[in-house]
Write a protein of this length. Structure first.
Length: 352
């Protein structure tokens, strides 16, 4: 819980709570620099959408599937309304196929909280494991479902593909599932598990929200064996992904020149951000090409210092595994944004 001593509390569960921040800190929305989401600030340039696109109902879209299969190097997919929808459907899918009493569902501690929530809301007891304790867990405890985010959000922790496939083999040998959320994988596609599909009991989630900067479109894909994809489609029902989302997703996934250029520019921007934070705060960062995270005792104080200057970041509550932390998204290509962040970090050091 976040509080700076006032009677009200600002406690956003995820990044992007800009309306709440504007109200709490009494700073107009348009004056904020929002670094809280990890979304590409210079996302794919959306073209003008023809009028007929808005008049079409969604339908089976072979062109979108082909574009997605080419981009993700796997045809074993089903479109979903953002990876969040896939997250919510997976517990229902498991429930419909597994009658085991009290299955052991594990999620990585501190990772994107909606995974654990989705399983808990379906009546499962959700346990948590530190990112660096999974090997020990699988050797010593029963695990029926293991859910992790790779690279991890918000810590930036990464697991090699070979390690994940080894864990999948361990789980599959006893009928277990491995679910991997690859929301931040687009900059490093060589580490994705999509190309290793299909594998029984392996599920991979992807989204156009982060790298492509199309979070508002709510477009994503769930990768699984063909029979599991069909079951997800039945759970979704008709018209899960609206036609404008289908239209834009197909175009974005096929834009090879933009994708290549973005991978290069985001890598450079992330290195620049890490260097800035480490210089100003004397703290080591870890992250992806879309965000940098640091854990240190003054994280809450820094969050409020930046917020009062109209810079929104994501505060990470302390856990039994880690100190409090703060996650920074990229300022983008606007040099004024970089200067604004640097100046505010300098002021924080002077005052603290």
């Amino acid at each position: 819980m976040l509080s700076d001593g006032r009677s009200s509390v600002f406690n956003p569960e995820h990044g992007g709570a800009l309306n709440a921040a504007a109200e709490y800190f009494d700073i107009p929305r348009e004056q904020w620099l929002d670094l809280s989401t990890g979304i590409n600030p210079d996302g794919w340039p959306v073209p003008e959408i023809p009028a007929h696109v808005w008049q079409r109902l969604p339908e089976e879209n072979d062109q979108l599937r082909a574009a997605a299969a080419d981009y993700y190097t796997s045809p074993y997919l089903t479109p979903v309304a953002g990876s969040q929808q896939g997250i919510q459907f997976l517990p229902m899918l498991y429930q419909g196929q597994n009658k085991k009493k009290n299955p052991a569902v594990w999620v990585t501690a501190g990772s994107y909280s909606e995974h654990g929530k989705a399983w808990a809301e379906q009546g499962y007891r959700v346990r948590r494991v530190a990112c660096d304790h999974i090997n020990q867990l699988l050797r010593q405890q029963p695990v029926d479902v293991l859910i992790l985010v790779n690279p991890d959000n918000p810590s930036g922790h990464r697991w090699p593909k070979e390690q994940l496939l080894h864990w999948w083999e361990m789980l599959q040998s006893r009928g277990g599932w491995l679910i991997v959320d690859e929301a931040f994988m687009d900059c490093t596609p060589e580490h994705s598990l999509c190309s290793d599909m299909p594998k029984k009991g392996l599920f991979v989630l992807r989204s156009l929200g982060k790298f492509f900067g199309l979070a508002g479109v709510r477009s994503g894909f769930l990768f699984a064996a063909a029979d599991q994809c069909r079951r997800i489609e039945k759970l979704q029902g008709p018209w899960a992904l609206n036609y404008p989302a289908q239209y834009l997703s197909e175009l974005a996934l096929a834009d090879e020149d933009w994708i290549k250029a973005q991978r290069q520019s985001l890598a450079q921007a992330s290195l620049r951000l890490a260097g800035l934070l480490e210089e100003k705060l004397n703290q080591r960062c870890e992250g992806t090409d879309l965000f940098q995270t640091l854990y240190f005792p003054r994280a809450e104080k820094l969050f409020f210092h930046l917020a009062k200057a109209g810079i929104l970041t994501r505060y990470l509550k302390p856990t039994s595994q880690s100190a409090a932390g703060i996650r920074f998204g990229l300022p983008g290509t606007n040099e004024d944004h970089w200067s604004r962040l640097a100046d505010s970090l300098t002021t924080f050091n002077q005052e603290n």
